[in-house]
Design a protein around this ligand. Structure first.
Ligand code: KG4
Ligand code: ZN
Length: 337
């Protein structure tokens, strides 16, 4: 049995996990700072780093204790080294390096986005590449072809805002708290998704754009306010959500068809969105494709997905060495050590 200790501190969750053989989660401790950042309407990098410093060792100790192991039992340590907030990443990277050095274990640098994709392997033992992955988070919207466990090809990404960012910004103008995605989803339940025809950008190809949609929602709300008209906020939320989901579903299905791959996986915080799950599942079923998505706890930032990714790097002998540094703008499929 191979045991990986995973660490994740790229944004506002401090997380540590122990995963056996890449698939069995023995522990997954997540200390969220969301309450701290909520009153600022987003993550404050300096506050995040300071909190990670306080939380990281207690979270690691808890992850080891819950898994019933000690550091000496661990085969390798995997840590997110990018993309993310530099100060936040550095806390995880420095901690992992210290642990790896002290315990004499291999250190594995994990790309956060690849970790999100691998969250799918935690839930389904038999799931394996080739796969098409839609990575949709607060910072990223990308379509990726996974030919093998260590073979990523970026097919296309957003030219401007990420899907989650669009959810967060629209939530903000509707006066909803951060993070906005779950709030919009809740509000949309009482609304009509076809009430307002918001734009669907870049009809063809694997690239996305959401800033025009965000502006369209803002313009709609401003125009109504200027005219003194009442706005049905549930309709706005439902119509906005439908516009995002339509584009994500269309482009993902087309990418899979173009690559001749019949398995699609969802990854990242926005993968928690139930309209996205239901619509994409429907399209996949109609086309004879299969859709997989992680359980909610593995959709948002967590260390179990990082340990899972690290496991497959470990099998390939892909170790980082103690010179590993944080790379805030790390791209999916790219290595910087
Ligand atoms: O992957 P994640 O936890 O953090 C990174 O950005 O890496 O994703 C967070 C994003 C936020 O923008 C949040 O609003 C969005 O995921 N999100 C959702 C939902 N839950 C979280 N967006 C739409 N619907 C949801 N249910
Ligand atoms: Zn993330």
């Amino acid at each position: 049995m191979t045991l990986i200790l995973g660490l994740e501190t790229s944004c506002d969750e401090t997380s540590a996990a122990v995963v056996a053989d890449g698939r069995t989660v023995l522990s997954n401790i997540i200390s969220s700072q969301v309450d701290l950042h909520q009153r600022y309407g987003g993550v404050v990098p300096e506050i995040a780093s300071r909190k990670h410093i306080e939380n990281v060792m207690p979270v690691v100790d808890q992850a080891l204790a819950d898994a019933g192991v000690v550091l000496a039992d661990i085969d390798a340590i995997g840590v997110t080294y990018g993309p993310g907030l530099v100060g936040a990443l550095l806390v995880g990277v420095a901690t992992a390096k210290a642990l790896a050095f002290a315990a004499g274990k291999p250190l594995i640098g994990v790309n956060h986005l690849e970790g999100h994709v691998f969250a799918n392997f935690l839930a389904e033992e038999r799931l394996a590449p080739p796969l098409i992955a839609l990575v949709v988070s607060g910072g990223h919207t990308s379509l990726v072809e996974l030919a093998g466990y260590n073979s990523f090809r970026l097919l296309g990404q957003t030219r401007d805002d990420a899907a989650g960012e669009a959810f967060d910004k629209v939530a903000r103008v509707l006066g909803l708290p951060y993070p906005g995605g779950p709030e919009i989803e809740k509000l949309a339940q009482g609304g009509d998704p076809s009430a307002i025809a918001f734009p669907r950008a870049l009809g063809q190809g694997p690239e996305f754009s959401f800033s025009g949609l965000k502006s369209a929602v803002l313009n709609y709300l401003n125009a109504a306010r200027q005219k003194g008209e009442a706005v049905n906020e549930a309709d706005v939320a439902a119509s906005f959500q439908a516009a995002v989901v339509d584009v994500l579903v269309d482009k993902t299905v087309h990418a899979a068809q173009a690559a001749g791959i019949g398995s699609i996986v969802l990854a990242g915080g926005v993968a928690a969105n139930s309209r996205l799950r239901v619509e994409l599942a429907g399209r996949c079923a109609a086309l004879g494709m299969t859709l997989h998505y992680p359980p909610l706890v593995y959709c948002t930032d967590n260390a179990a997905m990082i340990a899972c990714r690290a496991h497959y790097q470990h099998l390939a002998g892909d170790w980082a060495g103690l010179g590993l540094n944080a790379v805030p703008s790390l791209r999916l499929g790219k290595k910087r050590y």
